[in-house]
Ligand binder design. Structure first.
Ligand SMILES: *Cc1c(COP(=O)(O)O)cnc(C)c1O
Length: 390
């Protein structure tokens, strides 16, 4: 780590980068390695590799308990979990979602010939704006999928009220929100169901994987059938379905990661506070804050580069990357600006003013086990130097 005193010391000007090793966003954490290897030996001895194996069942039970929810149905990915949940709720026609989200939220609908209709977000929270949702309702609307972006819960009560008034289904893409609470209630208990992603870059992962959380017994049963080709017993197919099953090695990774999850949260929280402290007095960027009265996983350190900053967002990302600080734009340029949605709704940007603004401002900073207070200070000192030198 190099001391940065002036913009002439920065690698953009041809000097050595501030960090000799790159700092990443979303570098996977590996929990209890011994435990993972122990489970793996067991799996190989047992030769029960997939098809609702004992480790998948244990993982489902532990994740359901962790979220105080009746059912956790584990799957091979978050996207397939979304697709199956959407089908189990019999969504059709149009479904309202934010455009400022990972493209899988939109694709999970489009893949099933359902039109995702984008509603604008609240620029403060980055989550769906209930008034914008109301404006997008048509006679074809069958549901709303809220996204708990950055792990911060969407406005669940306001969205539930809209859903009730208009007789719409409500579910959530909770891919970022493992362990988050709203009013002290864990994610998984809102809407008809909520979908987690366990992809390797997520806060909690199973290499690849995902799950649907729900308190609805019948819905859980339908989702379980759909996950496994509609099989009920050995030769009895009673439902349409697909292959959404999680394998045992993924479940082993999940159980090993669950073992150290509180340590990961504690580390993330320390890193978040380090960023917050280091940013004191920096006016060019604003940190997206987490509610300390709720549980969060603090996985994402989200900065918004202010419109009046002398160094613009893309310039800042490039300058940081030159220092081996691999900060990233995120969900840029928004679903409305990528195919096929760009062709379907060429004018959507006009209605998605806040989504466009936010996607042009956001920069997500390195986190994970490789980060500590000292590195955070050094990262922010690069931002200070960049903006002071101009
Ligand atoms: C990661 C993610 C998904 C997709 O999950 P996969 O497990 O990668 O299929 C869906 N929605 C959001 C918001 C995500 O961040």
């Amino acid at each position: 780590m190099k001391q940065i005193n002036s913009s002439r010391d920065l690698a953009v000007n041809g000097a050595e980068p501030a960090f000799s090793e790159p700092l990443h966003v979303g570098r996977p954490t590996v929990g209890d390695r011994e435990l993972f290897l122990h489970y793996t030996e067991e799996i190989l001895d047992r030769q029960w590799l997939t098809n609702n194996g004992p480790l998948v069942q244990e993982l489902e039970q532990r994740i359901a308990e962790y979220h105080n929810v009746s059912h956790c149905v584990a799957m091979c990915s978050g996207t397939v979990s979304l697709e199956i949940a959407i089908r189990a709720l019999q969504l059709q026609g149009e479904v309202i979602i934010p455009s400022y989200t990972f493209v899988a939220t939109a694709h999970a609908l489009h893949w099933q010939a359902i039109m995702p209709v984008f509603a604008d977000i609240d620029p403060q929270t980055h989550n769906l704006d209930p008034d914008a949702v109301r404006r997008m309702i048509t006679p074809r609307t069958s549901g709303i999928i809220g996204v708990h972006l950055w792990g911060r819960p969407a406005p669940v009560e306001a969205l539930q009220q809209i859903a009730d008034e208009h007789n719409l289904e409500l579910m959530f893409d909770a891919a970022h929100a493992f362990g988050s609470t709203h009013d002290g209630i864990k994610i998984g208990n809102f809407g008809r169901c909520e979908v987690l992603s366990f992809h390797a870059t997520k806060f909690f992962h199973t290499l690849e994987g995902g799950a649907v959380l729900t308190n609805d017994d019948e819905l859980a049963e339908a989702i379980r059938l759909m996950r496994n080709f509609g099989f009920c017993g050995l030769d009895n197919v009673i439902h349409p379905g697909t292959n959404g099953k999680m394998n045992e090695i993924s479940a082993a990774m999940g159980l090993a990661n669950l073992q150290s999850i509180e340590n990961v949260i504690e580390h993330n929280r320390r890193v978040y506070h380090a960023y917050r402290n280091a940013l004191d007095g920096v006016t060019s960027v604003r940190l997206l804050e987490y509610d300390e009265n709720e549980k969060n996983n603090y996985q994402y350190i989200v900065l918004e580069v202010e419109d009046d900053s002398v160094v613009k967002r893309d310039e800042m990302v490039a300058a940081l990357q030159a220092e081996n600080i691999l900060a990233r734009r995120y969900f840029w340029p928004g679903c409305q600006r990528i195919k096929p949605y760009l062709d379907l709704y060429p004018d959507a940007g006009r209605f998605l003013v806040n989504s466009e603004k936010v996607s042009n401002r956001v920069m997500v900073m390195p986190t994970g086990p490789a980060m500590d207070e000292r590195k955070v200070d050094a990262v922010i000192s690069v931002i200070r130097t960049l903006t002071a030198g101009r």
